[in-house]
Ligand binder design. Sequence first.
Ligand code: IMP
Ligand code: MG
Length: 185
Amino acid sequence: MTPNVSLDAYQNKIKRILITEEEIKAAIKEAAKRIDALYDGRPILLVSVLKGSFVFASDICRAVTVPCEIDFMCVKSYFSGTVSTGNIKIVMDLNRDVSNYHVVIVEDIIDTGRTLSEIIKLLKSRNPLSFTLIALLDKPDRRIVPVNVDYTCFTIPDHFVIGYGLDCAELYRNLPYIAEYNTEE
Ligand code: IMP
Ligand code: MG
């Protein structure tokens, strides 16, 4: 999308709200409770997979009560329009040794599973004390590579979605809700 997109065209792409702000808030509370119960006072390292999970991670880190450090990895999945090409690049890695940490990965969405399976392989090879995967959204119909998710907030049908961190060509990440993207020209 060009930076000079018209407001009309921008708004027309927001087809309908799938998950409201209130529903997201309630889901964050539940996910945080799960993390708290799982770690029972032990400190965690929350790893946010950028860019898509930055909003989710910022809400999760404020909802958990266990001691929590935060770190970021930036992974780029290459898209042709709204379809993932399967090419993944680690643009920014963690710059710490995770072998002393209980690692909690926070991901925005599991689609084909390719991105997460790569991240999981990489992080597990670094021997963290434990490893948990929390996903905001899951589109199981699209799975190509199996992924073991410990907790998913919402399972959704095979729609391309935007908002709450998720983008289409870098726009819409700032929507406070999750919406279906209008793929019609
Ligand atoms: P994967 O296909 O599971 O590897 O998904 C890779 C990445 O594609 C996700 O982490 C998202 O950043 C992005 N993605 C997948 N589906 C959607 C979607 O519906 N909306 C926006 N981004 C998506
Ligand atoms: Mg992502």
